[in-house]
Ligand binder design. Structure first.
Ligand code: NAD
Ligand code: GLY
Length: 350
C-alpha cells in the first residue's frame, strides 16, 4: 500500500528591504521587540517613537556571540508564551546579526512559525545578516549549526543606527560589502575604491548596492544549493583563522578580510585572478583599516581545520574563488599541494 501526500506548492515569500529613515510602523497585533541591553540603551527610544501596536513587549537577551545559544532562545520563547503570543503575532529583531539570527530562528519555531521583521543596527547585519532568511544559533559543536531558513516579512535598514557603531565593527561590515563587490559586481568594486564611506549618502548607496547584490543571489538560490555558497567567499579561510584564535582576536568580518586575501592568492595560483587584481582587493580592505596578513604557525593543522567547514564533505573541501573582479567560482578541485603552497606564503615568519 502506498499513500501519497501531494505537497507541491508555490510560496510567495517576497519582501521589501527599505534603506532609508525608519518609517512609522503600526501593527494591529501583539508585537515583541527582541534586542540586547546595548542596542536598547542606544536606540530603543528612537524605535519606540516609530512603532505602535495592539500590545508591545520588549524582550532583551545578553549581548554577544557567546549568548547566541539555546539559553537565549529559551528566554525569548518563554516570554512569548507568558505573553500568550499567537500565530498572528509579530517579532521584531532589533540589533546586529546575533539578535537577527536568534529572533528569526525563534520566529521559525514558535508555534511552528510566526512572522518577523528585521531592523538591523550594525553594518554587517544591514548588508548581509538581515537579508536572505538564514536564522539560527550556535551550540557546543560549532557556529550556526542549528537553524532554519525563515524569511522576514520586511527589512528596515536605517543607516542612522550606524552613527554609534564602534570603528572596528564598522570595518567588519565593510569586509562583507567588499565580499559582495568582488564576487558579483565590478562596477560596485570600482565605486568603493574611490568612495568615502564616512559620507552618509555614499554609505547609503553602498549599503543599497550590497543589499541588491545579496538579494539577487538569494532570489536565485534561497536554500544554498549552489550560487548562494559564493557569499562565503573568504569564509573558508576566515573560519579557520577565527577557530585558531579562539574567536577572540578577530571580529568575524576581520577574519573574513584576511580569508579573502588568502582566497585571492589561491585564485592567482589557479589563473583565475591576476596579481594586480589581488593587490587591488588588498588595498581596498586596507583602506578600511582591515588587516590583510596573518602568520600561520602550522600549515598542516590550518589545512586540517578546513574539514570543520559546513561546506566540506569527508573527502573534499569547497573553495569560493574570485574570477577576476566581479566573478566567482565554487570549486572542490584545488589540490592539497596547491593550497599548502598558498598557506606557506602566509607561513611563520623567521
Ligand atoms: P553582533 O550582533 O554581535 O553586533 C556587534 C556588536 O555591536 C554587539 O555588541 C552589538 O550589541 C553592538 N551593536 C549593535 N548595533 C549597534 C549600534 N548601532 N551601535 C553600537 N553598537 C551596536 O554582530 P554582527 O557583526 O552584527 O553580526 C554577527 C552575527 O551575524 C554572527 O552571529 C553571524 O553568524 C551572523 N551572520 C548571519 C548571516 C545570515 O545570513 N543570517 C550573515 C552574516 C553573519
Ligand atoms: N552570509 C551568507 C548567506 O547569507 O548566505
Amino acid at each position: 500500500m502506498l499513500v501519497n501526500i501531494p505537497l507541491k506548492r508555490v510560496v510567495d515569500d517576497s519582501y521589501d528591504i527599505s534603506i532609508d529613515t525608519l518609517p512609522k510602523l503600526h501593527f494591529d497585533t501583539k508585537v515583541a521587540i527582541v534586542t540586547n541591553p546595548k542596542v536598547a540603551g542606544l536606540h530603543l527610544g528612537y524605535l519606540l517613537s516609530k512603532i505602535s501596536a495592539k500590545e508591545l513587549y520588549i524582550i532583551t537577551v545578553a549581548d554577544g556571540e557567546e549568548y547566541k545559544n539555546q539559553a537565549s532562545i529559551d528566554t525569548i520563547l518563554e516570554s512569548l508564551f507568558n505573553h500568550r503570543f499567537n500565530r498572528k503575532s509579530m517579532l521584531i529583531a532589533f540589533g546586529g546579526g546575533v539578535i537577527g539570527d536568534m529572533c528569526g530562528y525563534v520566529s521559525s519555531i514558535y508555534q511552528r512559525g510566526i512572522d518577523f521583521i528585521q531592523i538591523p543596527t550594525t553594518l554587517l547585519s544591514q548588508v548581509d545578516a538581515s537579508v536572505g532568511g538564514k536564522t539560527g544559533m550556535n551550540n557546543s559543536y560549532g557556529k550556526n549549526l542549528v537553524g532554519a531558513f525563515h524569511q522576514p516579512r520586511a527589512v528596515y535598514i536605517d543607516p542612522y543606527f550606524l552613527t554609534t557603531l564602534p570603528e572596528r565593527e564598522f570595518g567588519a561590515g565593510i569586509a562583507e560589502v567588499v565580499k559582495m563587490a568582488v564576487t558579483f559586481n565590478k562596477d560596485f568594486f570600482e565605486f568603493l575604491e574611490s568612495a568615502d564611506l564616512k559620507n552618509p549618502l555614499v554609505l547609503q548607496e553602498s549599503i543599497m548596492q550590497a543589499v541588491q547584490t545579496k538579494a539577487s543571489v538569494v532570489a536565485e538560490d534561497e536554500k544554498e544549493h549552489g550560487l548562494r555558497a559564493a557569499l562565503n567567499y573568504g569564509h573558508t579561510f576566515g573560519h579557520v583563522i577565527e577557530n585558531e584564535t579562539q574567536y577572540k582576536k578577530y571580529l568575524h568580518g576581520e577574519a573574513v578580510a584576511i580569508g579573502m586575501v588568502m582566497a585571492n592568492q589561491t585564485a592567482v595560483k589557479m589563473g583565475l585572478m591576476s596579481d594586480e587584481e589581488a593587490q587591488r582587493v588588498k588595498l581596498l580592505l586596507e583602506k578600511y583599516n582591515l588587516e590583510t596578513s596573518y602568520v600561520i604557525a602550522d600549515v598542516e593543522s590550518f589545512y586540517e581545520t578546513f574539514y570543520l567547514d559546513k561546506k566540506s564533505s569527508d573527502s573534499s573541501i569547497k573553495f569560493i574563488l574570485p574570477v577576476s573582479i566581479g566573478g566567482v567560482e565554487i570549486t572542490d578541485e584545488c589540490s592539497k599541494e596547491m593550497i599548502i603552497e598558498v598557506l606557506q606564503g602566509f607561513g611563520k615568519k623567521a
